[in-house]
Structures are given as structure tokens and as C-alpha cells.
Write a protein that binds this ligand. Structure first.
Ligand code: PLP
Length: 390
């Protein structure tokens, strides 16, 4: 037996372990320090009431012989949810057929699983800094990775370089960790580039619900030509607070690889996945109802208010940053290396953030703050940051 040697090439995921280590050392030495955590990428607001209602109702159905559900009819998701997701796309003018929607237990799983579709010899292009799953899942399957620099010069929304050749392109917009987002024209440039070289774009739209700028698309399928070259991963996690419930979906358009991609993905899922629970799917259906969207928008508005506050205090303090407008993430320039800044913020302001260097080499010297906290904590954290750095 030989183990998969590609795992030897995956770096230890030390970022959040190291943060926890430094924070617990600090709190042990200063037990009364009022530490505020502004680094976590997890939502904090509770589920929308209509989503909870739908979950309870589904749970009751499961307790009665007449309405009990076992395995779902197919692993792609119940038609009621796929139709609801298709209607959700229509709300922002994008046509996606329910047949093209594949429900899952979250975007991270889909991100990790989609690599099964591609040949091991393919070259993968990822922007740097980046959500680490794109890199690690491809290293685990032995693929070559090339990076595209996201920097202050390009506002952390890089455009394609025609001289670079690759087969698979990962794009995340609005972006984790930088909070930047592609405009229609920026995304069109990627679609045109992908088509010109015969590459596939894996587009992560997990934060689409945060988009406010009319110039920023909420789906890659708002771009002409994307149906021929892209799959889109999306999630109820940040839109509807499902990080602990688990539900997401992948859209595979009919046109991609002449329909072969959709067939292969359905085959992969039906072989290795037995579907998302009925209860989760009913909750997701409620999240995309009129009432669900209204209630979830109120939660997103609360995070947006935090993000806007963080951004405005940084602007007043004269600190370069991206994000905060179409995203719950704010990416700021430290003026030192990322870990020195981390320690300075923890010790001087008792605020915890995420060092940008954990997301790639271009993240060095940057820092991620998140809007997933209460308004009161956000205001207090920013008051302390301004006092420390202003
Ligand atoms: N994609 C991005 C860019 C993320 O930041 C996250 C979570 O933080 C995910 C996907 C994971 O989403 P899910 O909770 O649906 O697995």
C-alpha cells in the first residue's frame, strides 16, 4: 500500500491554530482583557424565523409514517429546492434551469469534490491571496498550480494575462479574503480569456448576497459566454446563516463541454454522495422564499452596517483597504508584516483579526477584518483600532 504522496505537499493549516494559540496565551496573561474577535469568517446572527419554522415543520413530517422521507429520489436535490434556486437567480436577471442545479451540503464540499472532474495533468490558475481550499484540494490530487497576483495595484481584482496558459481557473467574487469584487467588464475579460484557451472557470459566488454595487454581477452567468466555460458554486452559509445547517449548490450549465460536464458531475455525486437531508432542503427553500429573503436581508444589512463602519474608520485613519462594500470582509494594509500587526492589534487594542499572509504570498503585509460581529463590538473594536493607529 502506498499513501497518496501528494498530501506531503499540502502545507499544514496552521493559520487558525496559530491565531488560537496566540489569543489563548494573551488571555491567560491578561484574563480581564476585553478581547473582541474580528477575524472569524463565520456568521453570528441566528437563522431567520421562517427558516426555523420550515425546519420544524419538516422535522415533524419525518416523525409521521405518512410523510417520513428516507433517501431523496436522487442526489441532485429535491425539485422544490432546485426550482426555488432557479427563481432566486431570476430575481437578479440570470436564467438557470432547475435541471442545471445540483444541491449539496455546502460550497466547501463542492469545491473539494469538483476536482474529480479534471485530469490530473491539468494546470490550475488561482489568484493569490486566495481561499485556501482551491489550492489544497488541487495539491491533494497532484495538479500543477500557477498563481495570478492580486495586489494593491490591481485593487485585488486581477485581470487575466493572455500569455499564461492553464486549464482550470478559480475565481471568487466577492472575494474571501480581500473583499474585492469583479465588475461586469472584469469578469467578461476572464470569460473571454477562458474561452480563448479552452479553460473552465470554477466560480465561487458564496458571498453574492452581499453585492450592492450595480456594476458588480451576482453570478458569472450574468456574463455572455460564461455558460460555455464556467461552473458556479454557491452556498446558503453567508446568505442565510447556514454555516451550521449546511446547504449549498453547484450550477453546471448544459453548454459546458457539450453537456458532458453536467453528466459527469451528476454521475460523481450519485456515486459518492447520498444527498442533503430533506430538513436542510426545506429550510433552504424557505430561505429563498419572499419572506426568507426579506428576513435574511435584514441580517445581511446588519453585517453591511458593520462593514461600512469598519471601512469608514479605516478611511478616516488613512489606512488603505479593499472590501467592506460588496463583502463582509475588509482587507487592510498593515504597514508591517501581517503577524507583527496581529500582535500589535491584540496587545494594543485587544482586537483579533486574521493575518493576510495565511492566504498566500501576496497576503503578507495585509490583514483581514470581518463584519460578522455585533454593531456594538464593531464600533468598540474600531474605536480602539483608531486610537492605536490613528
Ligand atoms: N467559499 C468561500 C469563498 C468561503 O469563504 C467559504 C466559507 O467561508 C465557503 C466557500 C464555504 O461555504 P460552505 O459553508 O457552504 O461550505
Amino acid at each position: 500500500m502506498k499513501l497518496n504522496h501528494n498530501y506531503d505537499n499540502v502545507k499544514d493549516s496552521y493559520l487558525f491554530v496559530e491565531i488560537a494559540k496566540r489569543v489563548s496565551a494573551f488571555t491567560a496573561a491578561h484574563p480581564d482583557a476585553p478581547v473582541i474577535r474580528m477575524g472569524i469568517g463565520d456568521v453570528t446572527r441566528p437563522l431567520a424565523p421562517c427558516v426555523v419554522e420550515a425546519g420544524l415543520k419538516a422535522m415533524k413530517e419525518m416523525g409521521k409514517a405518512e410523510t417520513f422521507r428516507g433517501y431523496s429520489p436522487d442526489s441532485q436535490g429535491y425539485p422544490f429546492l432546485r426550482e426555488r434556486i432557479s427563481e432566486y437567480y431570476a430575481r437578479f436577471g440570470v436564467k438557470v434551469d432547475p435541471r442545471e442545479i445540483h444541491v449539496s451540503d455546502g460550497a466547501k464540499s463542492d469545491c473539494g469534490n469538483i476536482v474529480d472532474m479534471f485530469d490530473a495533468g491539468n494546470t490550475v490558475l488561482v489568484p493569490d491571496p486566495v481561499y485556501p481550499v482551491y489550492v489544497d484540494s488541487n495539491i491533494m490530487s497532484g495538479r500543477k498550480i500557477v498563481y495570478c497576483d492580486a495586489t494593491e495595484e490591481n485593487g485585488f481584482a486581477p485581470l487575466p494575462d493572455a500569455s499564461v496558459k492553464c486549464d482550470i481557473i478559480y475565481l471568487c467574487s466577492p472575494n474571501n479574503p480581500t473583499g474585492s469584487a469583479f465588475t461586469y467588464s472584469g469578469l467578461k475579460a476572464w470569460v473571454d480569456y477562458a474561452r480563448s484557451i479552452g479553460a473552465v472557470i470554477v466560480y465561487d459566488a458564496a458571498y453574492e448576497a452581499f453585492v450592492t454595487d450595480p456594476d458588480v454581477p451576482r453570478s458569472i452567468f450574468a456574463i455572455d459566454g460564461a455558460r460555455e466555460c464556467a461552473v458556479e458554486l454557491c452556498s446558503f452559509s453567508k446568505t442565510a446563516g447556514f454555516t451550521g445547517v449546511r446547504c449549498g449548490y453547484t450550477v453546471v450549465p448544459d453548454e459546458l463541454c457539450g453537456g458532458k460536464f453536467a453528466k459527469m458531475w451528476a454521475r460523481r455525486q450519485s456515486t459518492k454522495f447520498n444527498g442533503t437531508s430533506y430538513i436542510q432542503q426545506r429550510m433552504a427553500e424557505a430561505a429563498y422564499s419572499d419572506e426568507g429573503i426579506k428576513q435574511n436581508t435584514a441580517n445581511i444589512e446588519a453585517y453591511r452596517k458593520n462593514a461600512a463602519h469598519i471601512s469608514s474608520v479605516l478611511t478616516e485613519t488613512g489606512i488603505y483597504h479593499t472590501g467592506g462594500k460588496n463583502s463582509p470582509y475588509i482587507w487592510l494594509k498593515c504597514g508591517t508584516d501581517s503577524w507583527t500587526f496581529f500582535d500589535r492589534l491584540l496587545e494594543g487594542a485587544n482586537v483579533v483579526g486574521t493575518p493576510g499572509s495565511g492566504f498566500g504570498k501576496n497576503g503578507e503585509g495585509y490583514f483581514r477584518l470581518t463584519a460578522f460581529n455585533t454593531y456594538e463590538n464593531t464600533v468598540e473594536a474600531m474605536r480602539r483600532i483608531k486610537k492605536l493607529l490613528g
